[in-house]
Design a protein around this ligand. Sequence first.
Ligand SMILES: *[C@@H]1O[C@H](CO)[C@@H](O)[C@H](O)[C@H]1NC(C)=O
Ligand SMILES: *[C@@H]1O[C@H](CO)[C@@H](O)[C@H](O)[C@H]1NC(C)=O
Ligand SMILES: *[C@@H]1O[C@H](CO)[C@@H](O)[C@H](O)[C@H]1NC(C)=O
Ligand SMILES: *[C@@H]1O[C@H](CO)[C@@H](O)[C@H](O)[C@H]1NC(C)=O
Ligand SMILES: *[C@@H]1O[C@H](CO)[C@@H](O)[C@H](O)[C@H]1NC(C)=O
Ligand SMILES: *[C@@H]1O[C@H](CO)[C@@H](O)[C@H](O)[C@H]1NC(C)=O
Length: 473
Amino acid sequence: MKDDVLLPRPAAAAEPRRYKRWSIARVLIGFVAGFLLLTWNHLSETQSVILSKKGRFEKCSSDTFKATGFPFLETAERPPLEEYILRRNNLAKALIADHVDAFVVEPGYTFSYYANVTQPDWEVWEPEERPFLMVIRPEKLKNGSIIANTTFLVPHFEEVRAKLLKMPFEEEIATVTYEEHWDPYTTLWTSPIWGDRLSPKLMVDEEMRDFIQRGLGSNGFTVVGLFGEVEAVRQTKTEREIGILRAVNTGTVEAIRAMRQCLYHGVTENEVAEVLDNTMRAAGFQPFFDIVEFGKSAALPHGGHDGTAKLEPGDFILIDVGSHLYGYSSDVCRTFYPSFFPEPPPPEFNLTEKLVVWKLVLDAQAASVKAMVPNGTAAAVDIAARDIIEAGGYGKWFTHRLGHSIGIKAHESPYLNKGNFGAILRPGMVFTSEPGVYVLNEFGVRHEDILVVREDGDAENISGGFAISPWEP
Ligand SMILES: *[C@@H]1O[C@H](CO)[C@@H](O)[C@H](O)[C@H]1NC(C)=O
Ligand SMILES: *[C@@H]1O[C@H](CO)[C@@H](O)[C@H](O)[C@H]1NC(C)=O
Ligand SMILES: *[C@@H]1O[C@H](CO)[C@@H](O)[C@H](O)[C@H]1NC(C)=O
Ligand SMILES: *[C@@H]1O[C@H](CO)[C@@H](O)[C@H](O)[C@H]1NC(C)=O
Ligand SMILES: *[C@@H]1O[C@H](CO)[C@@H](O)[C@H](O)[C@H]1NC(C)=O
Ligand SMILES: *[C@@H]1O[C@H](CO)[C@@H](O)[C@H](O)[C@H]1NC(C)=O
């Protein structure tokens, strides 16, 4: 009742006008809400189309790869204890040939090659300032065989931890220990392992830190750097290593081939890299680099653009990618067209020059394989490929070396460049052959495969066979 009194009575004439204004507002609000709703629906629909396109791409790629049944994995096994014993015994023979008393190495790639311990396995957060050294000496047995005898220099308080690494040795590891206030190098020098040698000659690995080399050199030892037969031990792969390299490199090429069949117009370089990485994971590989470049992006051999370019018909796709399996690397490259792009290409794309260059680079690769023979030089292999590209008129666009050795690291010595006449090829050495032509702001082509130098002179491809055409990479 009170309210009735307080509220002013609306004027009769004002009633319809107010009602009219209210209904216009309602209609407007309705429009705006409807518009917002429609826009929202549209946006989320577009988004789900994008998501499912990428999702479908990834599923297609993984399924196609899995459908191969992964036969390439058959040649790979994790290196067993005997493999590490073989490597150290090979090293012992090389030390005799190079006239040095011992090889010294700290946790890192070479240490993992001989005893399965990487730098982070020993010290997760940063390289340790206290030396932990593996010292491998050759020992002549009475029957004439040469075997390795290994000792570890280790801080006393870390001796048990070193043993817990369970390094691949048949017997318990032998240690020389030092206290925190001692000089570790003098401790090593005064240990009985050197017999009556006054200044034992040590060869240190290329990754040995400078302060350790100087510490050894100024406390009784003669120190030399990595060279000769010792360097050749890790360069010359065993059949077990070749088996793993074959598996991971063939599998990486097969993953590219599977992924290629699922590509679509408008996919970005970054999306392709992500899908290819996940595809390789399906075979138990751990991808560690992935360069994906469309069209003119590929004129930069190691990438450099932001990966957002979208795939357009007529673009070459250049992919250079690497994965790990049991600690061994793949490193392969293919340049190709997606399966949706017709062969032969419609004339309006004017791809004649690109197709000529594609073939030229393949011919250069084939020439390098023929030059990859025992007792040949690293330089001759590069030059064989370079001659072909120069004769084709694209010499100035082949801007990098032909290749490098590969193993537990993607890039290992010897390096195949046209100045390296000093490196002589041996059976068991494994190389990339990766000639390329890069026409800045236009396009780039590279083909990269992995080859083993063989006794009989014909290098063997271990990356699943060479590319055949841009439609059969
Ligand atoms: C080498 O180390 C890996 C893991 O770090 C291990 O799985 C493997 O068994 C080791 N190999 C040998 C022969 O001990
Ligand atoms: C020499 O003896 C070792 C250890 O007993 C054995 O492994 C090796 O095969 C022998 N070498 C030769 C040449 O007989
Ligand atoms: C390694 O050398 C040391 C010192 O010369 C010797 O005592 C030891 O028996 C050798 N170890 C093996 C396994 O031959
Ligand atoms: C086709 O490409 C070449 C270079 O590869 C160029 O010289 C030529 O003008 C192009 N032709 C047409 C019709 O665009
Ligand atoms: C390579 O050279 C070595 C020593 O110079 C020789 O023993 C070997 O037969 C040569 N191999 C080939 C395939 O020419
Ligand atoms: C490459 O190697 C594979 C497997 O070893 C072999 O089947 C193929 O014929 C080789 N291709 C060439 C061109 O040598």
